[in-house]
Design a binder for this molecule. Structure first.
Ligand SMILES: *Cc1c(COP(=O)(O)O)cnc(C)c1O
Length: 390
C-alpha cells in the first residue's frame, strides 16, 4: 500500500454517507470490505524513500482510512492527522502559535487545553488571553489590544465545555483572518455533523476522537484537520518528531465506531433536547442549559450556525452542590464519570475537579446523553433528583 488515498469520490455525499463510505480498501474481487490492522513498526525499504510507507512513526496503513474519513467529514481536501489522544493533537496544534505572541482562548475551553496553552506561553514568552467566546466584540478586541502582544492563534471551542457558550464562528474567523491570526476550532462537542468549521473559515479543526467520533468510551485518540497543505505539513512534521502517534488498534476501533456516527448523534441529540425540555419544567431543577432551549443566550445563533444543538446539557438541581453530588450517587442507569460522547449516558459535577474555572457553578452537572431509550433515561433522572433532594 502507499500513502495515496484509495477512496471512491466522496465529493457531494452527505456526512452520514461519508462516515460509512470513506476509508474503505480499494474495490476488487476478493478484497476485504474493511481495512486490515497492520502490525509492523517498519516497512521494507531501500534507496531514497518516496511516498511509500517506511516507518510507523511517519505514517502507517492503519491510520490512513480513519484520517481519510475524518478529513472528508470535516470537508477538507486533505486527510486528517490522527494522534495518541485529543490532547496530543491539541498540544501539537497549539505549537502553531509563534513564540512571544498571544493565544486567545475561551475561558471555558477544555481545561487541559487552557493548561497546555498557559504552559506553552510561560515557556516561550507570550500571553494567554481568556475571553467569553460568545461575545464576538470582546474576542475581536483581544486579537490585537493596544499596548499588548498581538495574538497569532485564536482558539475556538463551541459549544464550550461545560458552559455551552456558542461562538459566532464565521464572524470570528473573518476577523482573525483580517488580523493575520490563525483560527483553530475544537469541534469535539458539535461533531462534523453539527458544524463544519473549515467551511466557516477556520484554518485547523481538532477533535478528541475519544468522544463522539469513536463513540464507545473504549479508546483515546485525537485528530487535527486542515485543508492548507503548508499547515498540515507542519503538523505532520511535528507529529513525526514529537512521536505522539496513535496505535493501530486504536485507529481501527475509532474507524469502526465512526461508521455509526450519524445514527448515534441523531439519537443522542434528539434525546438531549427532549430531556432538556422536561428538566426545565422539573420542580427539583433550578436551571437547565442547552443550546436548543429558547432560554439559552445564544439559541438563535446556534439555530443559524449549527445542524442540531449537540448532545450535552447542564443541570443545576435545586439545593446546591451537595444535592448535585448526591444525584451523581443516586443514578443507576446514568454513569457517574468524566468524559462524554459515548453510547452510554453519563454525568459529572464539574467543580469536583480542582482547576475547573471558578465561573462554573459548584452545583452544575454536565450530562452527556447517549443512545438509550429516552423514557428509561428520564425515569432514572427523575428518581435520582427525588432521592438526592432527600
Ligand atoms: C476530552 C476533550 C479533549 C481532550 O481529549 P482527550 O482525547 O481526552 O485527550 C479536548 N477537547 C474537548 C472539548 C474534550 O471534550
Amino acid at each position: 500500500m502507499t500513502t495515496e488515498s484509495t477512496h471512491p469520490d466522496l465529493a457531494g455525499l452527505a456526512p452520514a454517507t461519508t462516515a460509512v463510505a470513506a476509508g474503505r480498501p480499494p474495490r476488487g474481487q476478493g478484497e476485504p470490505v474493511n481495512p486490515p490492522v497492520v502490525l509492523s513498526s517498519t516497512y521494507v525499504s531501500t534507496g531514497t524513500p518516496g511516498a511509500e510507507m517506511m516507518y510507523t512513526r511517519y505514517n502507517t496503513d492503519t491510520w490512513l482510512p480513519l484520517e481519510e474519513a475524518i478529513g472528508a467529514l470535516e470537508g477538507s481536501t486533505l486527510p486528517a492527522l490522527v494522534y495518541a489522544s485529543g490532547m496530543a493533537a491539541i498540544d501539537a496544534v497549539l505549537r502553531l502559535a509563534a513564540p512571544g505572541t498571544a493565544i486567545v482562548a475561551p475561558r471555558h475551553a477544555y481545561l487541559a487545553t487552557l493548561n497546555a496553552a498557559s504552559e506553552q506561553v510561560a515557556r516561550e514568552g507570550g500571553a494567554l488571553r481568556e475571553v467569553d467566546i460568545a461575545d464576538t466584540d470582546a474576542v475581536v478586541a483581544a486579537l490585537a489590544p493596544a499596548g499588548e502582544v498581538p495574538a497569532s492563534v485564536l482558539w475556538i471551542e463551541s459549544p464550550t465545555n461545560p458552559m455551552l457558550e456558542v461562538a459566532d464562528i464565521p464572524a470570528l474567523t473573518a476577523a482573525a483572518r483580517a488580523a493575520g491570526v490563525l483560527t483553530v476550532v475544537d469541534n469535539t462537542f458539535a461533531t462534523p455533523l453539527g458544524q463544519r468549521p473549515l467551511a466557516q473559515g477556520a484554518d485547523v479543526v481538532v477533535h478528541s476522537v475519544t468522544k463522539y467520533l469513536a463513540g464507545h468510551s473504549d479508546v483515546l485518540l485525537g485528530a487535527a484537520v486542515s485543508d492548507d497543505p503548508d499547515l498540515r505539513g507542519r503538523l505532520h512534521a511535528r507529529r513525526t518528531t514529537g512521536g505522539a502517534i496513535a496505535g493501530p488498534w486504536e485507529a481501527w476501533l475509532a474507524l469502526r465506531g465512526l461508521r455509526t456516527l450519524a445514527l448515534r448523534v441523531e439519537r443522542s441529540q434528539a434525546t438531549a433536547l427532549e430531556l432538556a425540555q422536561r428538566l426545565a419544567e422539573h420542580p427539583l431543577v433550578a436551571e437547565v442549559r442547552h443550546p436548543g432551549l429558547p432560554t439559552h443566550p445564544q439559541h438563535e445563533r446556534a439555530a443559524a450556525l449549527m445542524n442540531g444543538f449537540g448532545s450535552i446539557l447542564t443541570v443545576r438541581p435545586a439545593g446546591g452542590a451537595a444535592v448535585a453530588e448526591a444525584l451523581t450517587r443516586a443514578v443507576r442507569l446514568w454513569v457517574p464519570a468524566t468524559s462524554l460522547g459515548g453510547v452510554e449516558s453519563s454525568l459529572e459535577r464539574r467543580r469536583r475537579l480542582a482547576g475547573e474555572a471558578a465561573t462554573v457553578p459548584e452545583d452544575l452537572l454536565r450530562l452527556s446523553v447517549g443512545i438509550e431509550d429516552v423514557e428509561d433515561l428520564w425515569a432514572d433522572l427523575d428518581r435520582a433528583l427525588q432521592a438526592a433532594a432527600g
